[in-house]
Each structure stands twice: as structure tokens, then as C-alpha cells.
Design a protein around this ligand. Sequence first.
Ligand code: PMP
Length: 440
Amino acid sequence: MTVTAEPAGFTQTAHLSPVLKQATPVVVDHARGSWIHGTDGRDYLDFTTGIGVTSTGHCHPRVVAAAQAQCAKIIHAQYTTVMHEPLLELTAKLGPLLPAGLDSVFYANSGSEAVEAAIRLARMATGRPNIVVFQGGFHGRTVAAASLTSAGTRFSAGFSPLMPGVHMAPFPYAYRYGWDTDTAIDFALDELDYLFATRVAPDDAAAFLIEPVLGDGGYLPTPPRFLQGLRERADTHGIVLIVDEVQAGFGRTGKFWGHQHAPGLTPDILVTAKGLASGFPISAIAAPTALMAKAWPGSQGGTYGGNAVAAAAAIATIDVIADENLVENARVRGEQLLAGLRALAGRFPAIGDVRGLGLMAGIEFVIAGSGGRPQPDATAAAAVQRATTGRDLLTLTCGPAGNVVRLIPALIVSEDEIALGLDRFERACAEVFGDGDTLG
Ligand code: PMP
């Protein structure tokens, strides 16, 4: 069995399981805005933000105040026993932000749980078993969520059998194929129809599950026409279209929801987590009431789902995003980031592709001069990621081959911070690829 390994964790202390992977040796003392202040006395510009979790920046004063005030009122009330006000208020605030018709919401703790809840809903609503997912998708680490995931063998190897009823179709990964985007979309839609003809009768398919931007799978925006192709097939065959907005949602891509980059597209189920509460664990599942009504009451939810402090933090997060115009900031600062990365890409042949949407930027490293289909260079990506850490810029890798470096600044990131991040990234590349002289 060949499994792409993740590097071992850095922090070595008694009883901390080696199963945890830690991408940097940093131990946090405290953090504010775009900055993490380490116990080593260094100030790190954080372009990882817990993979988009600390959306309003670390410890935004309004989020901190809301959580502190809520702690003094009630920390936990299980919503299957008594309802609490923060959850009612959060639901009232979330409602107008959701796609048209998705007027019913419930809550869980994590992205994985929300994805599982969506799958259960789709199966219960359609009475069908099969879920169609797309190559490179990441949907979580619980057994069912891992069964839906193909962002790397390390997420599913070693604990088979996985959940049955999951079928994978190609993703229009144009760069990997060496094609233009339209050719890749035509190919992927054609392969989907072939899957329907050969293996999964479309009338036996409960759901499509897709990310608006492949996250852990390599920071690949899903082309709008591909999403629209899924919508058409979903409509024709009564299939539920689930968008996993866990990483791309909540303003990150420069629109409130990632799928909004596909004009006119409305999903049937939306799942969101990460940026929703600026760091507190809470996730949400939204769907039309008629679809929700097909599930047994009590079949969803759990002990901590919709925790009161997390809900209060989510309310403050939504207010901050609106009041500070953070979706627009993500769009503008994202353009600055991508433009800067594209400008420096020409200097380093190992950078094969720069792509992204808003504040989700991916830099794909390939073997220089390999010609034809680009060959992933995970060693280069890992070296750049290490070199950025050495220059006090926190970044992460992703992609099935681990050859993409991703930059995920907070939505509050400033123009100067993006410029500083770009400078540090460029210097890290120069250190790795040997072009340091010109930079001084
Ligand atoms: N879906 C997507 C798109 C994600 O990026 C993630 C987390 N990286 C998950 C689901 C799983 O979320 P969690 O880790 O909160 O279970």
C-alpha cells in the first residue's frame, strides 16, 4: 500500500500523540488580527488562519466581547432539550445570507459532521443510496466524510472498508491535464455522463457533493460552467446538489458563498463551518424546509451542536463581516495577492501555476522543464513552506501530491500585510531556488 505521508509533527512532549501532524514548529503565545505571537518571541504573519477559521482575524475585539458576555449568561444548553437565544438570533441573521429557498438551518460542531448530516439528509430525502463526489475533494476525517474524500490517500488508507455508495468522477483540473479550462470542463462532464451510463444510474443517485474551490485538494476553483452542468443534471434526475462551503464560504473567495461565482446557481444543501464563528467550533447545514422535513425529527444533531458561546461568536462574526465590508476586502486583497504571486511566478520556473479566488491562493510547484504534463514537485513546495516559516510567514501545503503551497490570510488583512507576505514569500522562493542575490 502506497500512502503519501505527511511530515511528522514538530512539538514533542509527553503524551501528545504522533498521529497529529503539525506543519510548523510554532507554539502560540497569543494572536491578534493577522499575527501570531509565538512563545519563541517571534511575530508570525499568519497566512494560514486555521485554514480560514479565524475569518475576522485572531481575537477580533467584538468576537471576544460577544463570547465573554455569553459565557457569563449561559455556556451550554443542549438544543435538543432547551433552546437558547444566541442560536435563534444566529439563525435569524444567517437566513438572509443563505441562497434563495434554503430557508431551514440546523447546527453541528465541525465540517465533517455537517457533511455527514447533509449526506444523511440527501439519502433520506431521495430514498437513494449513491453519492457522487469529485477527484481531489476534501470533506473531512470522520469515517463517512473520509469516504467522500479524495484529496490524498493518507485521508482514507488503512481503515477500510469505507462507507459504501460513494462514486468518484473527474474534476476539471485543467492545469494537471495540460488543457484549457473549457476542454477540462467538457471532459469532466462527459465522464460524469459516462459514470451514469456505466455504473450509477442517475435515478439511483442521491447527491452530488462538491466544493466551490477544492481546498485540501489543491486550491482549485471549480469552474462555474462545471457547477452549472451539475445543476442541470441534478434537475433532470432529481439529484440533490450539496455544496461544501466549509473552506470557501463566509466571504473567503470575495463573494459571501463560493458557489456564487457561478451566476444563478442555487444548491439544494449548503454546509458551512470554519469562518462562521472566527474560531469557535460550530457548523451549519441549510436546505429548503421541504427537504429537511423528509428527515426524521431527532435523527440529526448532537450534544454540543449549536453551542451558545460559539453561536454568540458567529453572530459577532456576521456583524463584523458586514460592518467592516470584509467580503469586498477579501476580493480586493485577493486580487492584490494573486497579482503579486503571478508577477513573481515568472522568476521561478518551479512555479507551474498560480490560481485562486479571493483570499484562497494556491501556488503549484512542478518539476521545471519537464514539458507536457507537469510533474508535481512536493519537495519544492515543502521547502518553500519551511522557508516561509523561517521568514516569519506561516503558510501550508495541500494537494493530493502535496505540491501546492496555499495562502489563506484573514479577511481583515491589510494592503501592507499582503505586500509584506508577498515579499517574504518571494524571498523564501529565492532562498529555495537560489536567486537570493537580486533581492539582497
Ligand atoms: N469540508 C471542507 C471543504 C474542508 O476544508 C474541511 C476541513 N478542512 C472539512 C470539510 C472538514 O471540516 P472539520 O475539520 O471541521 O471536520
